[in-house]
Ligand binder design. Structure first.
Ligand code: SAM
Ligand code: SF4
Length: 341
């Protein structure tokens, strides 16, 4: 009898700059129940539903990446929690944590539906989540997101905390909108035991108004915070773009994501897949590979491997977007809600 044939070894994904790809951001939908003004216009054109991957296909995509060395999956969107069947995928991926083939399953959410799902998420192995929250002022929240949903978001954050999920709040720093409120937002979050990361607004996709009007470089925010609090650089790194400080007075951690004032690409370990199965190698680039076509081909295994090889060959060294002048067109036509940030 012939000895059983061992499966071919599959190599970990590595790009041409020798960066290992260990982190997948998987968008479940580009749809959203909010309309943050820096993210999308009120009348947003969403991807045609027929083009969106089925839940089974999203699962296959995630498994294909996990088989090639991805250890962390972040579900995102649009708003991942508005996709009706999303908990099935969370449960299925949670089992990959149980069997040791995944280290972390997490998600980025606006929090509006978190109260409903917090217990289920925790039971499925989600230990940490990012919640986007730019202001604690209900009127300002309603203006900024064009929806009066702050109470639901706060309820969602409380439910996640009660379910034992660790929370990081993401706030986009916006000149003339939340810039003077940021210390209060940080103090509140730290008091609740949540860490905070501040983000510079990025020129992705057309919106009403000019993002330049509200662009706030984070070095200015940092100087302002240093005039009130003692900030000490932390060596905490998540493999991502944020740089962290610890704040002595609040006892919490604060991250800064500065795509515009500081390039952070040298250690990039991630790729993004849209809800229609387009694999984007860089948040700041147009380069993409069609995984949906590969998945739906006659020989998906080979086609996906070929798509991965192309993606690794084409992942750029760094992004190059700027938001340096009023009235400039977005650096990319694609909205953040397609690739999930
Ligand atoms: N809907 C979810 C949420 O808001 O958390 C997940 C997707 S959302 C696109 C992910 C993150 O991108 C949010 O923290 C949001 O504030 C941020 N974001 C959206 N558009 C942005 C832009 N143009 N510049 C910087 N951050 C942006
Ligand atoms: Fe929706 Fe998130 Fe974009 Fe806000 S930032 S409109 S919550 S996708």
């Amino acid at each position: 009898m012939n000895a059983p044939v061992a499966p071919l070894p599959v190599s970990p994904l590595m790009d041409r700059f020798a960066r290992r790809i260990t982190y997948l951001r998987l968008s479940l939908t580009d749809r959203c129940d909010l309309r943050c003004s820096y993210c999308m216009p009120e009348r947003m054109t969403f991807l045609p539903r027929a083009e969106v991957l089925t839940l089974e296909e999203l699962h296959e995509v995630a498994l294909a990446f996990i088989a090639r060395g991805v250890r962390k999956v972040r579900l995102t969107g649009g708003e991942p929690l508005v996709r009706r069947d999303m908990m099935q995928l969370v449960r299925a991926l949670g089992r990959k944590i149980d069997d040791g083939s995944l280290d972390e399953l997490t998600l980025t959410t606006n929090g509006t539906r978190l109260a409903e799902f917090a217990d289920d998420l925790a039971a499925s192995g989600v230990k940490r989540i990012n919640v986007s929250l730019d202001t604690l002022d209900r009127t300002k929240f309603a203006e900024l997101t064009r929806r009066d949903s702050l109470p639901q978001v706060l309820e969602g954050i409380a439910a996640a905390k009660a379910a034992g999920i660790r929370i990081k709040l993401n706030a986009v720093a916006l000149k003339g909108i939340n810039e003077h409120e940021l210390p209060d937002l940080i103090a509140w979050a730290h008091g609740e035991g949540h860490s905070v990361t501040l983000i510079e607004v990025m020129p992705l996709g057309e919106v009403e108004g000019d993002r330049f009007d509200h662009y706030l470089p984070l070095d200015a925010v940092r100087r302002d915070l240093e005039s009130r609090w003692t900030l000490s650089a932390s060596d905490a790194r998540t493999g991502g773009p944020a740089r962290y400080v610890d704040i002595a007075e609040t006892g919490g951690r604060l991250g800064f994501i500065t795509p515009l004032t500081g390039n952070f690409c040298e250690g990039c370990n991630r790729v993004r897949v849209t809800a229609t199965g387009q694999l984007f190698m860089c948040l700041g680039g147009e380069g993409k590979v069609d995984l949906r076509a590969a998945l739906r081909s006659d020989n998906p295994e080979v086609a996906v491997a070929e798509a991965f090889a192309r993606a690794m060959g084409e992942k750029p060294e760094k992004h190059s977007f700027v938001i340096d002048r009023p009235g400039a067109a977005p650096a990319l036509l694609r909205h953040m809600s397609m690739t999930g940030g």
